[in-house]
Design a protein. Structure first.
Length: 169
């Protein structure tokens, strides 16, 4: 009976060790390898709720009526060479003279809150919410739309586009 128990114990240990994780490669996480240049990197601001669409400087940007009666611009960001885990992402819209038009809002990112695409991560469907009383205050106005990503190490990556706020719907 004793040899049977010893054989069983060895089999259980062997089965358990097959599923034992090894130390991960420092360049990998549960979502796969980090994009190249993870120590540096940059961001690109755009729009899109389902697919990232970069915005050309000077392009029109559609004003959206929010569900609670306010107005916002839909914004998205592509992260190149940046690890999204722990990033704080914020958006600001200001006039070309520098007056801030948006409410402060920061999105705390994790890998679950972004999509991984080849060579980048994308954050879709965010809102830059205007602090205005009526859409007429911004429709036709030239603005600067800026995205900022603050890393856990305190490094800020920014991108901005000039745009004209339009209300075509």
């Amino acid at each position: 009976m004793r040899p049977c128990i010893a054989t069983f114990s060895i089999s259980v240990v062997a089965v358990l060790c097959v599923g034992c994780p090894t130390d991960p490669d420092p360049g990998e996480t549960d979502a796969g390898p980090r994009p190249d240049g993870a120590a540096g990197g940059h961001i690109e601001i755009g729009t899109g709720a389902v697919v990232f669409a970069p915005m050309a400087d000077g392009a029109p940007w559609e004003l959206v009526a929010g569900p609670q009666g306010g107005w916002h611009l839909e914004v998205s960001v592509a992260l190149y060479g940046l690890e999204p885990e722990g990033l704080d992402l914020s958006y600001e819209i200001r006039t070309e003279s520098g007056a801030v038009l948006t409410m402060p809002l920061t999105y705390a990112l994790t890998r679950r809150r972004v999509l991984e695409e080849p060579g980048r991560f994308v954050r879709l469907g965010d809102r830059a919410i205007f602090d205005i009383g009526a859409p007429e205050e911004v429709v036709g106005l030239g603005v600067v739309v800026e995205a900022s990503a603050l890393t856990p190490e305190g490094i800020v990556h920014t991108d901005a586009r000039r745009a004209t706020v339009v209300d075509e719907e």
